[in-house]
Ligand binder design. Structure first.
Ligand code: ATP
Ligand code: MG
Length: 550
């Protein structure tokens, strides 16, 4: 289980108070995470998972994983497996794994209880009529004649609904509350509908299914949930939640619903339906495409569960909707990786450097620190020879202002090796740079006295003879906000593939291993890697690196 980080939010205040007043007697705090198994979980769900599980941990209670499968759709084992993998990856373990559909019998009995009390009735109105009679914010709703049916008639009709005597939509069961209520959700909401469909769990046993607002409080109550945490859209449904439990009256200490603001993040769409469409139309390479905001996607991207939990903690729990800058999530990822991963030298758009005064066959092993901030991570030996590769960004034939890297006549430190001076730019026939001829100062070897001399620029390098070629997948945001419409649209350049030369040790990288490519950013070895070719996903860049326009 993940460590509990001490945090305080308005939900804790409610629970503290409930404990003090012994609202739930000696019962332990019990929360639940209730996903509908109709897609992969996304970072918004991660917020809900962290909130529910961490709240339970804080109070030494527990959290259930409950599939909200009241809709008779086909079970998709892929989704169920992914949900469980994602919750565990985030570092949590549920107390019980449950299915809302296991309570269908009890829910039916609850509906009968309401009918017997005169608190529910079978209605023949069409969905259009129900909508038309519901009224508006300023006008009360209208009662239909079905509302006055006798208990006996309702019991009989409801039984007939269950037996399959009616077609989909022909009848519904409605709660009998108040058609003039200022809260439209209380104007006799539908609580059961007819759907002749096979359910993955209950098969063809039922052709009537409970509506969310009726089912959810019952599910919570049956399990003994104390605090049912949901998103803000359900705030206006809370009176109905309480009404259902009160009128059924079976539970002496019923659960309470608490709403918080759902997580929105810039450049991020969080809707399973939308994400599924991207997968289905091939806009992305599956649910775990590293650009996807799904938990599977960010895992493959290289984000860590620690970073995601930290993010969910840092943003806190709000009572009003807002949008969090995606940079905050990226900062959490950087903060987590900073002290955990080793550096490696990798260059992109490589330029060849030939050290004209360096012995032809000499190869020196240079000790380079793995992580400057964590000396315990030690050094690694990196070969250095007469021919090297440097990054395309580290050379300018005509230097910009404040550019201290390679340009003709300039001396720079090759990190962990020597000082080199660029003497000559050798061109191809088309005028492009073929190679740079440099000389090195043998007195400046890293770690010796001579290396203390000041030079302004430090760059990294890869020995040409032993370099391994790697594939690099550079990611930008999947979604961009259109400045005119303020709508999010797909970014056509969200993936830019490139390649680079890496120091030889990266040839042995294993899928899932993370590194800082020195001066470039954080990368993870992707599962597409083979023995012949390693593929790396860019996790996140380093903070604000100075980029020169060429
Ligand atoms: P989507 O709209 O993406 O399909 P959903 O709310 O329909 O999401 P569910 O599987 O029903 O998905 O959600 C499971 C739980 O996750 C619910 O309690 C829901 O409130 C919560 N949740 C979903 N999206 C967010 C979000 N963006 N921020 C916080 N909690 C969320
Ligand atoms: Mg849903």
């Amino acid at each position: 289980m993940a460590d509990v980080i001490e945090m305080k939010n308005f939900i804790h205040d409610i629970i503290d108070n409930d404990i003090e007043t012994k609202k739930y007697g000696d019962k332990d705090i019990l929360t639940r995470f209730p996903p509908e198994p109709n897609g992969y979980l996304h970072i918004g769900h991660a917020k809900s998972i962290c909130l529910n599980f961490m709240t339970a941990q804080k109070y030494k209670g527990a959290c259930n994983l409950r599939y909200d499968d009241t809709n008779p759709v086909k079970e998709d084992v892929e989704y169920i497996n992914s949900i469980e993998e994602d919750v565990r990856w985030l570092g949590f373990e549920w107390k019980e794994r449950l299915w809302a559909s296991d309570y269908f019998d009890e829910m039916f009995d609850c509906a009968v209880t309401l009918i017997r009390k005169g608190k529910a009735y079978v209605c023949d109105c069409t969905p259009e009529e129900i909508r038309a009679n519901r009224g508006t914010l300023t006008e009360p709703g209208r009662e239909c004649s079905c509302r006055n049916r006798t208990v006996e008639e309702n019991l009989e009709l409801f039984e007939e609904m269950r037996e399959g005597k009616y077609k989909d939509g022909e009848k519904v069961l409605r709660a009998r509350i108040d058609m003039a209520s200022p809260n439209i959700n209380m104007r006799d909401p539908v609580i059961y509908r007819i759907a002749h469909a096979t359910h993955h769990n209950t098969g063809d046993k039922w052709c009537i299914y409970p509506m969310y607002d009726f089912a959810h409080p019952i599910e919570d109550a049956i399990e003994g949930i104390t605090h049912s945490i949901c998103t803000l859209e359900f705030e206006d449904h809370r009176p109905l939640y309480d009404w259902v439990l009160r009128e059924i009256g079976k539970w002496p200490t019923p659960p309470q619903q608490i709403e918080f603001a759902r997580l929105n993040i810039t450049n991020t769409v969080m809707s399973k339906r939308y994400l599924k469409a991207l997968v289905d139309d091939g806009s992305v390479d599956g649910w775990d495409d590293p650009r996807m905001p799904t938990i599977a996607g960010i895992r493959r991207r290289g984000y860590t569960p620690e970073a995601v939990r930290d993010f969910c903690e840092r943003i806190g729990v709000a009572k009003a909707n807002s949008t969090v800058d995606v940079a905050q999530l990226e900062a959490c990822v950087r903060d987590d990786l900073k002290l955990k991963v080793e550096n490696r030298n990798v260059v992109e758009n490589p330029i060849k450097v030939v050290i004209t005064n360096y012995p032809e066959d000499l190869v020196e092993e240079m000790a380079i620190e793995n992580n400057r901030e964590v000396p315990e991570m030690g050094d690694r030996m990196v070969p250095f020879g007469r021919e090297l590769w440097v990054d395309g960004d580290d050379f300018m034939e005509v230097p910009a202002k404040k550019y201290f890297r390679l340009f003709p006549g300039n001396e720079v430190r090759f990190k962990g090796a020597y000082f080199l001076t660029c003497n000559e730019v050798i061109k191809n026939e088309d005028g492009s740079v073929k190679e740079l001829h440099c000389t090195y100062d043998p007195e400046t070897r890293s770690g010796t006295e001579g290396a203390n001399r000041k030079v302004k620029g430090t760059i990294h390098w890869v020995d040409a003879k032993t370099a391994v070629k790697i594939r690099i997948r550079n990611y930008d945001y999947l979604m961009l906000e259109n400045q005119e419409t303020c709508e999010m649209e797909l970014n056509p350049d969200s993936l830019v593939e490139s390649w680079g030369y890496a120091e030889p040790s990266l040839g042995d990288a294993k899928a899932g291993e993370r590194f800082q490519f020195f001066r470039k950013g954080y990368y993870i070895c992707d599962e597409l890697s083979t023995d012949e070719e390693k593929v790396f996903n860019k996790i996140v860049g380093l903070k604000s690196s100075f980029k020169v326009k060429k």
